[in-house]
Design a binder for this molecule. Sequence first.
Ligand SMILES: Nc1ncnc2c1ncn2[C@@H]1O[C@H](COP(=O)(O)OP(=O)(O)OP(=O)(O)O)[C@@H](O)[C@H]1O
Length: 266
Amino acid sequence: MNAPLSPPPLTGSAVAEPVLAVAGLTRDFPGRKVLQGLSFTLAPGQATALIGANGSGKSTLLRCLVRLVEPSGGEIRMLGRDVCRLTPRGLRRFRAEVGIVWQRHNLVPRLSALSNVIHGAQARIPGPRTWAQALAPAAVRNEAMACLARVGLADRALLRVDNLSGGQQQRVAIARMLMQRPAFILADEPDASLDPQTGEEVMSLLLGLVREEGLSLLVISHRLEHTLRFSDRILGLANGRIALDQPTRHANAAGLRQFFDHAEAA
Ligand SMILES: Nc1ncnc2c1ncn2[C@@H]1O[C@H](COP(=O)(O)OP(=O)(O)OP(=O)(O)O)[C@@H](O)[C@H]1O
């Protein structure tokens, strides 16, 4: 699966309202200040890679953005919402618009790929009828099939997901996420626990969604070669702040390794 790798034109995205604006974000855990007042903005329609040493706070940052971890302080504006001030109901609606891809995909193993993907519509179309493949309205089923086709798995739709490979399961999870019709995707190491080739296919698929569907992506990856191949911009987290912010076309592996060396020495 080859995603086109040319970056989007700068006109348009340079003037558009940011899809995400973070200002002075902090998060403390007992005895440790993990995020220490970090600020950045993301233009829409771009793939941004988030890198940093183990324990630097990448997952905490991603979770704070949708308040799966509550920020200790600061401001988050995403998709036009003041995230920190959303009511519980507003937060549920907001989360339905953000597609999240985890390293562990939490599919229902005994259900078919199609049923799992149909579940992605749940937040959008509430009600038990959307749950089961056979009972879902035809429009929902058709959309789920289109999402499976988008990730290259239309021919596996009726197989139980526990009969699929790890890479195929990750693609089913991405199809389920697409059923939410998200404008923004957060991905926390979607290429971890996959073999190199499969991890590359998953990253390529995510970049394809940015290039072809105009979605915005913030993705954590520990694989530097993926960071360099599948992003437009690289943000590096160290000491609780953004310590590197670089267009990917100006980055190289040696420079990124140097960033890690400095971050560890600091
Ligand atoms: N619920 C929690 N309670 C206490 N400490 C936590 C909690 N969640 C995370 N931490 C701590 O916050 C720090 C940052 O963790 P986080 O998982 O965000 O880092 P990361 O950069 O994603 O790491 P990795 O690359 O290893 O996945 C770590 O020291 C971790 O132990």
